[in-house]
Each structure stands twice: as C-alpha cells, then as structure tokens.
Design a protein around this ligand. Structure first.
Ligand code: MG
Ligand code: ZN
Length: 370
C-alpha cells in the first residue's frame, strides 16, 4: 500500500513537471493572437458613466465580465481636451492629432487605419453607430479629411472604402446631397444591399455587402424609442462577418452617451449607457463562444463631468440617495477606462496614451505597423 502511494506520488510529480514545462513553452512562444477584433466605443463614456450600469441596471453590469482593465490618457496635439475626431483617430490610426481631424495626422496627411490594414489582409470589416455613420467616431476608421464637418465628402469616401457592413443613420449625406449625386445607387452598383427601412429578421447573404441607413442623420434616442437597434445590429454584423474564414474587424459605437452628457441630461446618459451595456453582452457572448475574438471596450473621452453624488438636503449630506450632476456641457480631461476580453486582452492592462490602443491591436494581431 505504501509502495503504491509512492509510485502514485512520483507519477503525479512527473505530470506536474511536464505541465510546467509545457506552460513555459507556451509563454516563450508568446500570447496567442486573436482572429477577430470587436472594438466598442462608448462616446463620452468615462468611469462615472460606466458606474451607472452598477446603480441603474436591473441585474449585473456587463462590465463585471472583464478581467483585463486599463486606463488611457487622451490629450490631442491641438488642445488639452480631446474631441471625438482626434480621439477616434488615435484609436484607428495610432497618431496623436488635432481636434477635428478624421484619419489624418497633425499635418493633415492621411494615416492608414487598423480597418484598412486588416481589410488589405482579407478581413471583413463592419461599422455600427447610433449617430450617422459619417459622424466623427465611425468616420475615423475609413475616411481621411482635414475636418470632421465634411460629411458629404466622408460619405463619398465610405462608398469607396473597404467596409463590408455598416448600420447607423445618415441617409441625407448619401442622397439629397449638394452635388446631386445619389451614393445609395453607387453603393448598390458596388455590391451593397442597401436598406433605409429597418434591420432584417433573417441573417445576411455572405456573398454581398450590406448597408443600413435608418435615419436622415443620427438615430433616435433611447428615450425616443430607438429600441434594440444597437445590440441587434451588432448581432447581425457578427453573424455576417464571422462567415469569413480570414477574420473580421467590427467597430461599434454607442454614440449618444456623449450627446446626453452635452445636454446635461442624466436620464439620456443612463439610457444610452444601459443600451451600450446590452450591446457588450452581445459582443462578449459571441467572443466567449468563438474563443478567437479580442473584445476591446473604451471611450474617446468623458462628457459632462458627470458625477454620482450623495444628495445634499438642507446643507446636510444625504447618503441614502444618488443624484447625478454635471460640471460642464462639454468634454472633460479625465483618464478613460479600457476593458479587454479574449486572446490578446493582456496587452490592454496598465496606463497609457489613447493612440497606444492602435499599437496594442496591431501587436495583438501580429501585424507590421505600416
Ligand atoms: Mg462619436
Ligand atoms: Zn462630444
């Protein structure tokens, strides 16, 4: 009996040693690189906006599912506080640039974006936003213009960009333009199924490209009954994009968290953040099943200087109730949280500059920078 125990122990030690050796080999060859990237941007979503999912959501915040968390600093070259154009261009192209810049550096020279790099390698690409699809955040992934306000030019560039799927608002920038060109027709000529009505009930033909432009400019607010557009469009995009064997890049933006902040409307911010939280669930469920997808969640900047304060009643602190309040109608300079999940998530821990998010995506995908 004793002899048997020793034999068993010896075998157990050998198995453990073998396991340790295998681990060492794995770490020596580096972290496994993902096949797909989903980048979700909550425009104007600072830590306080994220915190609202812990106080105003029934059930657990989806943010609790992340284990790899970092912070980024987002100062642009032109100012102390960033706008969404330079903020998104830092993510998409890895450069610090000026406020208003779309996919260009501070000298207005176009810079190659992660979407363009991956598309050139055969990846399928998609964009989903609750603003118009030519608004600063999505535009920074496919367009190159000196000014974020060149909406018609940005729409023209989208038609010729390597994007296979997009959903959001913005029909007026494609049809009814000042140059009288109807780019909805051009999209169809370029192999797009175009819909200005609604998202489809069935999955999409992988042989075609798909455009959903469901509002003249921005999509309606959650408060106006936008419903499940953002999670549903994300689900639709993931189903379609994942049919490509080469991998995909999807950018999803909860655009209006920012707009609620500018309006100093706490209910607007909270509803848009909860909708974004629902969308994270779609992305994380996909990634958990797929096991080959890197999910990154962050914001370009915080908007409104939102705080979740204890109330003050007759000069006394009332700790029984949270009262959201704002310190500005503009953006703030606070550090911004980054949440990552899946292969390559380790890269996103620590405190770094916003443009390093691009570097980390490039590193995770083992791409050469240019
Ligand atoms: Mg935006
Ligand atoms: Zn803003």
């Amino acid at each position: 009996m004793k002899k048997y125990t020793y034999t068993f122990l010896a075998v157990a030690v050998m198995v453990l040693l073998a396991a340790c050796t295998t681990n060492r080999v794995t770490s020596a060859t580096g972290i496994k690189s993902p096949k797909n990237i989903i980048l979700l941007i909550g425009d104007g979503m600072g830590l306080t906006q994220v915190s609202t999912t812990y106080y105003y959501k029934e059930g657990e915040s989806t943010f609790s599912r992340f284990k790899h968390i970092g912070l980024h600093q987002n100062q642009p070259t032109s100012h102390k506080v960033t706008d969404s154009a330079s903020g998104a261009t830092a993510f998409s192209a890895g450069v610090k640039t000026y406020n208003g810049a779309i996919g260009v550096d501070q000298d207005t020279t176009p810079v190659r974006t992660i979407l363009e790099m991956l598309a050139a390698k055969g990846f399928r690409t998609g964009l989903v936003a609750t603003s118009s699809i030519v608004h600063a955040t999505p535009a920074s992934f496919y367009a190159h213009t000196a000014s974020r306000n060149s909406y018609e030019e940005i729409a023209r560039q989208l038609v010729y960009a390597p994007v296979n799927f997009f959903a959001g608002g913005g029909t007026k920038f494609f049809a009814g333009r000042s140059d009288k060109i109807n780019y909805l027709d051009t999209l169809q000529q370029r192999g797009f199924q175009v819909s200005t009505e609604s998202l489809p009930k069935t999955s999409l033909n992988p042989e075609e490209n798909h455009a959903y432009l469901l509002a003249s400019d921005g999509m309606p607010k959650m408060q106006e009954g936008r419903g499940d557009f953002l999670p549903k469009a994300t689900d639709l995009a993931l189903d379609y994009l994942s049919k490509d064997k080469d991998g995909f890049f999807l950018m999803v933006e909860g655009s209006q968290i920012d707009w609620g902040g500018h309006a100093n409307d706490a209910d607007y911010v909270i509803q848009e953040t909860l909708d974004f939280d629902q969308t994270l669930e779609v992305a994380l469920d996909f990634a958990a099943k797929d096991k080959n997808t890197l999910v990154i969640v962050t914001a370009d900047h915080e908007t409104g200087g939102l705080s979740l304060s204890a109330s003050t009643v007759y000069g006394q602190g009332d700790y029984s109730k949270i009262t959201p309040s704002f310190s500005t109608g503009n953006h703030s300079a606070a550090l911004i949280p980054v949440f990552a999940y899946g292969p390559g998530a380790e890269h996103f821990m620590g405190i770094y500059q916003n443009n390093e998010i691009f570097d980390k995506m490039v590193k995770a995908m083992k791409l050469s920078r240019r």
